[in-house]
Structures are given as structure tokens and as C-alpha cells.
Design a protein around this ligand. Structure first.
Ligand SMILES: *[C@@H]1O[C@H](CO)[C@@H](O)[C@H](O)[C@H]1NC(C)=O
Ligand SMILES: *[C@@H]1O[C@H](CO)[C@@H](O)[C@H](O)[C@H]1NC(C)=O
Ligand SMILES: *[C@@H]1O[C@H](CO)[C@@H](O)[C@H](O)[C@H]1NC(C)=O
Ligand SMILES: *[C@@H]1O[C@H](CO)[C@@H](O)[C@H](O)[C@H]1NC(C)=O
Ligand SMILES: *[C@@H]1O[C@H](CO)[C@@H](O)[C@H](O)[C@H]1NC(C)=O
Ligand SMILES: *[C@@H]1O[C@H](CO)[C@@H](O)[C@H](O)[C@H]1NC(C)=O
Ligand SMILES: *[C@@H]1O[C@H](CO)[C@@H](O)[C@H](O)[C@H]1NC(C)=O
Length: 463
């Protein structure tokens, strides 16, 4: 007979470092759906209601996809604001207003997201929030909004940054010691953070400034997630220009240089998912989803749900990849441990780092991405992986396939397999004696007087 012994260790953190509101909103990467990639401005209430129904009926809500996010074009473009200076929703598109939609979304157990912009107008020319942060945050609060995507178009010249930072190529005009948290971009985004913190509702703050002003260095003290690149395109390798969209490999390449700015409460956002959009192959759809899950990027579906193929739905529904993304104990995303095709550290938008690793409560994970244009034999050499290095040479590693959910077998030094063109092998490694599994199996979370406590729960089986 075995019994369980439960040990509890406490971690306490203060509110200073990150935007942590009440509850654990924003602690893990957000999961949900957004209208932009498939509908653009062609939105209305029924788009969001039918999407909400689909999230429930396809089982996606139960997997964690709970945010239903309105992107640009929801406001009245002509009237803009009322006599109280509140943004007026487009009643043609939203006959029950945004608050009416929020009520219906909430009744399905889902959350509603909205969109605004830290400029004088949104990207499509609708009313935006620069200078109106307080009234807009209060309006969103009043309507029952749960998530704000805050874009970066139409920034007045007086708000231009002193120095530039261009994510593609990672070039800057700033001196090395420059503190980007003092930049005007950081000030524009902090103004909305402060307005959101005044509200009695916790609104997840998703900053969309395309990686400008080194947001990786101050994002965690400002919002819950921050875009790191130009807009994603449903292509394997995109055009890769500042305003003109990035493909999957462009973004993976960028992620290899910024993996360590993600942890609990603050996540690099590698943009909304294009799984199911455009012209990706099945393998490319798989790699896109596996890598975004591995990066702990928010997982925001961008495809139409009602016409989704079973293949695409299965990819988006992969429980093991979602579990890695949403791990309650390990906050860091996967890191590249070897480039593979290129020498380590190479900046290559076609052939980014191919060998990645990360830790979850289930074990040590290895993600091997084949960037070549044909099938390639890839090797997970266990002594290359930092978390597996310390095991001795007689250790028997159990290799598990996160795609099929099945164990592949037991291996000592390495595991080799053929990875199809542009596909990603997603593996979980454990040892039979539990040597690389965390002892922590979950966590308790509570708040007392503005202080937040996280208690990892350790469960050990004894005989
Ligand atoms: C709502 O938008 C969808 C998608 O653009 C469109 O097909 C539908 O006709 C619209 N419905 C109404 C009532 O405008
Ligand atoms: C939250 O603030 C709104 C005003 O925006 C107010 O109507 C509401 O009563 C407040 N709710 C709570 C629980 O304090
Ligand atoms: C972001 O801030 C949170 C809360 O203080 C902290 O737990 C987390 O480690 C920080 N992230 C990084 C990358 O330092
Ligand atoms: C990430 O790594 C860089 C380079 O090693 C380092 O300067 C930076 O402090 C790290 N950031 C975090 C949040 O650990
Ligand atoms: C993969 O995604 C694309 C869109 O990028 C979609 O059109 C296609 O149906 C998906 N491929 C398969 C085989 O499901
Ligand atoms: C595995 O990696 C270790 C450390 O980098 C290296 O010494 C060893 O030769 C590699 N094994 C193979 C089979 O490549
Ligand atoms: C290797 O490690 C295992 C525990 O993981 C241990 O049982 C075994 O004795 C070790 N073997 C050697 C040769 O050190």
C-alpha cells in the first residue's frame, strides 16, 4: 500500500515587477481566438457569437482557449466618441453594444477581448486611446472587457522615440547602456497600464508594438504579453520587412535570441496563430503550433473555426503541447540548445535554430525542427541538453512522442529519427526512476492584502 505525503513550499512575490492584477490573469500565456487574421474589418456580433459557440462545441474552450478577442474596426468610425468622451461602438455591427456582446460571451463561460491603439487613431483609422487612457480603460471595464490588445499605429511625431530599434537584424541607434524603459514608447504603454490598474476588473494587457523600443526589456513591468515582431503571415518564410509581415521561420529565428524574456506574468508574443490559414503544409502547421507552444507565446487562434479541417483542429488541440505552454510550475519557455543547420548563434531567417529544450512538470522536452527542404535524420543527443547532461552514461531515458501521446522506447545516449521537411519532432524525456520529472505537481495560489502567494505542491508516492 502506498500513501501520499504532501509537502508545501512557498514563494512570495510583490506587485512591483510586473502587471499582476487580482486573480492569476496573465500568469500563463493567454489562449483564445482573435478576428483579425481571417476577418480583418469584416466583423460583427454574429462573428463573435458563432466563434464562441464553436470554441465550446469543438472542445477548444475546455482545452483553455477562453478569450474571444475583437480586433480593429469595432467602433463607430465617424461619430468616434460621445459627450462623455466614451468610444461609441458601431451599432450596425454590434446592435447590443460591446457590453451586450460581453454578457453573451460571459454566459458561455468565455472572456471577451477588445482592441485599441497607443496613437491618435487605430491602424484602420478608428478612435484610439493615446491621451484617453483613463476614460477608455474605464469604458472597457464598464462593458465587462477581460483583455485589451493595444496596437501601435498613428503615433504622433511628438511621441517619436529618441532612438530606433529594428527587430529584423536587431539594429539600433541607441548607446549600449540606454534604458529603453524611459523611451516614449514605454511611456505610451505604461499610461494604459496605469489606467487599467485603476479599474476594479482585471483586464489582461496584451501590448502590440511589434517589438519596437526593446520592449523585451520593459514589457514585464508594463503588461502581460508583448509582440516581438512585425505581423505574422501564413507563410513558411515571409517577406520579412518591418511593416510587411513575417513568416514562420523569420519569427522562430527571432525567438532564438529573445527566449529568456518570457516567464510567469510576462510573455513574448510571437503573434497570433496562422495554423489553418494561408498556404502552410500539414508539417508547417505542426511546426508553427509546436514552436509557439514551446516559446510560451500566447496561443490565439486566427483561423475560422466553422470550416476548420480535422487536421488543423487536431494540431490546435494537442494536449501535451498545450500542457507545456500552460505549465503551472515552470514559467520559462524553451531555449535553443543547438542551431543544427547553422553554427550556434547564427542569425538566419530561413534556417533558424533547430534544436530546442524546455522543462515541464512532465519531464524534459526536446523540440527538433527540420528547416531543410527535404526529410532529414535528426539526433537528440542527450548530453547536448543542459537539463540531461548531469545524468550518467548508463541512464535509460524514456522517449515519448508528444504528437502521438505514446512512448517510443528507451534509449541511452541519443535518439535519432527522420523528421519530414519543415516538421517538428516534439519529445518528452523521462527516466524510469523519475529522475528528470519535477517533484512539484501543481500549485496553490492565493492573495492576502495585495501580496500574492504561490505554493508549489509536492506529492511523493511512498511505499
Ligand atoms: C457578419 O459578418 C460576417 C463575416 O464578415 C458576414 O458573413 C455576415 O453577413 C455579417 N452579418 C451581418 C448581420 O452583417
Ligand atoms: C466596478 O466599477 C464599476 C464602474 O466602472 C461599478 O459600476 C461597479 O459597481 C464596480 N464593481 C465593484 C465590484 O466594485
Ligand atoms: C516577470 O515578472 C514576474 C513577476 O514579478 C516574475 O515572476 C518573472 O520571473 C519575470 N520575468 C522575467 C523574464 O524575468
Ligand atoms: C537574457 O539574456 C541576456 C543575454 O545573456 C541577458 O543580458 C539578460 O539579462 C537576460 N534576461 C533575462 C530576463 O534573464
Ligand atoms: C495547414 O494550414 C493551412 C493554412 O496555412 C491550411 O490551408 C491547410 O488546410 C492546413 N493543412 C492541412 C493539411 O490541414
Ligand atoms: C553528443 O554530445 C556530446 C557533447 O556535446 C559529444 O561529446 C558526443 O560526441 C555527442 N555524441 C554523438 C553521437 O554525436
Ligand atoms: C547512474 O545513475 C543511476 C541513477 O540514475 C545509478 O543508479 C547508477 O548507479 C549510476 N551508474 C553509475 C555507473 O554511476
Amino acid at each position: 500500500m502506498g500513501y501520499l505525503s504532501v509537502l508545501v513550499g512557498a514563494t512570495l512575490w510583490s506587485t512591483a515587477a510586473a502587471l499582476v492584477g487580482k486573480g492569476d490573469v496573465g500568469r500563463l500565456p493567454a489562449m483564445g481566438w482573435n478576428s483579425w487574421n481571417e476577418y480583418g474589418c469584416g466583423i460583427n456580433e454574429s462573428v463573435f457569437l458563432s466563434t464562441a459557440s464553436q470554441l465550446v462545441s469543438l472542445g477548444l474552450k475546455d482545452l483553455g482557449y477562453v478569450y474571444v478577442n475583437i480586433d480593429d474596426c469595432w467602433a463607430d468610425k465617424n461619430k468616434k466618441r460621445d459627450s462623455r468622451n466614451e468610444i461609441i461602438p458601431d451599432v450596425g455591427r454590434f446592435p447590443n453594444g460591446i457590453s451586450g456582446l460581453a454578457t453573451q460571451i460571459h454566459s458561455r463561460g468565455l472572456k471577451l477581448g477588445i482592441y485599441s491603439d497607443a496613437g491618435s487613431a487605430t491602424c484602420e483609422g478608428y478612435p484610439a486611446s493615446l491621451g484617453n487612457e483613463a476614460i477608455d480603460a474605464a469604458t472597457f471595464n464598464k462593458w465587462g472587457i477581460d483583455y485589451l490588445k493595444y496596437d501601435n499605429c498613428n503615433v504622433p511625431g511628438s511621441w517619436n522615440d529618441q532612438y530606433s530599434w529594428t527587430p529584423e537584424g536587431m539594429t539600433t541607434t541607441a548607446p549600449k547602456a540606454y534604458d529603453w524603459s524611459t523611451s516614449k514608447t514605454a511611456q505610451r504603454y505604461a499610461a494604459m497600464r496605469d489606467a487599467l490598474l485603476q479599474q476594479n476588473r482585471t483586464i489582461l494587457y496584451s501590448m502590440c508594438n511589434w517589438g519596437a523600443a526593446r520592449i523585451d526589456t520593459w514589457g514585464n513591468s508594463t503588461g502581460h504579453s508583448w509582440r516581438m515582431s512585425g505581423d505574422i503571415l501564413p507563410e513558411w518564410s515571409g517577406k520579412y520587412t518591418w511593416h510587411q509581415s513575417w513568416g514562420i521561420t523569420n519569427i522562430i529565428n527571432q525567438a532564438a535570441f529573445f527566449w529568456n524574456s518570457t516567464n510567469f506574468w510576462g510573455h513574448n508574443d510571437w503573434d497570433m496563430l496562422e495554423v489553418g490559414n494561408g498556404a502552410l503544409t500539414t508539417e508547417e502547421n505542426r511546426s508553427h503550433f509546436a514552436m509557439w507552444a514551446a516559446f510560451k507565446s500566447p496561443l490565439i487562434i486566427g483561423a475560422k473555426l466553422h470550416s476548420m479541417s480535422k487536421t488543423v483542429l487536431d494540431i490546435l488541440s494537442n494536449r501535451e503541447l498545450i500542457a507545456f505552454n500552460q505549465d503551472p510550475v515552470y514559467g520559462a519557455g524553451a531555449m535553443p540548445y543547438k542551431w543544427g543547420y547553422n553554427k550556434d548563434g547564427t542569425y538566419d531567417t530561413l534556417h533558424p535554430a533547430e534544436y530546442w529544450t524546455g522543462t515541464s512538470i512532465a519531464g524534459i522536452h526536446i523540440f527538433m525542427l527540420n528547416t531543410r527542404d527535404s526529410s532529414f535524420k535528426m539526433t537528440a543527443n542527450f548530453s547536448d541538453v543542459p537539463a540531461l547532461k548531469s545524468f550518467n552514461s548508463s541512464t535509460q531515458f524514456i522517449v515519448h512522442d508528444m504528437w502521438t501521446g505514446k512512448d517510443i522506447g528507451t534509449f541511452t545516449d541519443e535518439y535519432r529519427l527522420d523528421v519530414a521537411k519543415h516538421d517538428t519532432a516534439a519529445l518528452r524525456i523521462t527516466t524510469s526512476d523519475g529522475g528528470c520529472q519535477s517533484k512539484a505537481r501543481g500549485y496553490f495560489y492565493f492573495e492576502v492584502d495585495e501580496l500574492r502567494y504561490l505554493l508549489p505542491l509536492f506529492v511523493t508516492q511512498e511505499s
